[in-house]
Design a protein around this ligand. Structure first.
Ligand code: G3H
Ligand code: 13P
Ligand code: ZN
Length: 328
């Protein structure tokens, strides 16, 4: 059944677990998330970025979600707009049947320029009014998570995004977070702890100097009831890097956010954990393997099927690790 983000996160807070939110652009990805949720008896959050909506088309995407609700009636499903950049994006998502929207006012409408606090509060509050009237939830963001557009312009290996700005400019300020929540009435708050989107987050295994988990602890101390969201939380598993590279891929060595760090975040109020890159890697690794091993293969089902199964395994691992298994 279709549920709001607020409904899912309230239950997650009550029982102390986190829910992975997986990005989807294709039918295979929607099915992978739902199969994993069913296998684990876990609630599901599928989220679509603006690019995902453009790729699939709003009507196609909305009907795939309708189909997921009908095919998996026992799985609570939240359909979420990832990184909405303005009111119009959030309004059209609600129109398309999304039950939750992210208004990312940490950046200006172009999705790359850091915004000031006043702009962020004003635009987020307008979206909260709009969404709450429609019975939907809102996620806001305070602090800077390495931007996608920025990353696309990085050097090939992407490393260095984390060095560009000072920690004070990037990390969420706990005092400001309290004010932001009071002034916007968001249902969930995305915070910045030093990670960035995509595969190339860190050039070594992140430790306390790189990943600012104390920010989460401090925000949780001041607002124990607030649902926190960790973005850019792919773990970028070594096995998937190796699988891709063994079959013709070229990924320079890289580190993501370790699952143990996410588990620590969940102890301090993180309830939604955004994962896209790991899913992309699981699918790409499997497609590369099948095509390398069967160069004569022409049937997309013979590589998209295994890719879908690989993504479902990844999703199951995250449901288990975050404590969402058995919570549907
Ligand atoms: O937040 C970002 C997601 O990884 C979506 O990426 O804009 O390429 O669909 P995308
Ligand atoms: P990753 O690139 O780490 O998967 O992050 C996804 C994300 O934060 C989507 O909003
Ligand atoms: Zn994100």
């Amino acid at each position: 059944a279709r549920v709001t983000l607020r409904q899912l996160l309230d239950d997650a807070a009550e029982h102390g677990y986190g829910i992975p939110a997986f990005n989807v652009s294709t039918m295979e990805q929607v099915i992978a998330v739902m199969e994993a949720a069913r296998a684990c008896d876990a609630p599901a959050i599928v989220q679509a970025s603006r690019r995902a909506r453009r790729y699939a088309g709003d009507i196609m995407l909305a009907r795939m979600i309708d189909a997921a609700v009908e095919t998996y009636p026992d799985i609570p499903l939240c359909v979420h707009q990832d990184h909405g950049n303005d009111e119009e994006t959030c309004a059209s998502a609600l129109q398309a049947g999304f039950t939750s929207v992210m208004m990312d006012g940490s950046l200006r409408e172009d999705g790359r320029t850091p915004a000031d606090y006043a702009y962020n509060v004003a635009v987020t509050r307008r979206v909260v009014d709009l969404a709450h009237r429609a019975g939907a939830s809102v996620e806001g963001e305070l602090g800077l998570v390495g931007s996608l557009e920025g990353l696309e312009n990085e050097a090939e290996d992407g490393h260095g995004a984390e060095d560009a700005l000072s920690p004070e400019q990037v990390l969420t300020d706990p005092d400001e977070a309290v004010r932001f929540v009071r002034e916007t009435k968001v249902d969930a708050l995305a915070i910045a702890v030093g990670t960035s989107h995509g595969a190339y987050k860190f050039s070594r295994k992140p430790d306390g100097a790189i990943l600012a988990m104390q920010v989460i602890k401090e925000i949780n101390r001041r607002m124990p009831a607030m649902h926190l969201v960790m973005h850019a939380s792919s773990s970028v598993p070594r096995e998937l890097q190796d699988l891709i590279n063994r079959h013709g891929g070229e990924m320079p060595q890289t580190w993501g956010v370790p699952v143990e760090e996410i588990q620590l975040g969940i102890r301090y109020g993180v309830r939604k954990v955004n994962i896209d890159t790991d899913c992309r890697m699981a699918m790409t690794g499997e497609i590369r393997r099948v095509l390398a091993q069967s160069p004569g293969e022409l049937d997309p089902r013979r590589y998209l099927g295994p890719a879908r199964a690989a993504m479902a395994r990844l999703c199951r691992d995250r449901y288990e690790a975050f404590g969402a298994a058995g919570r549907a």
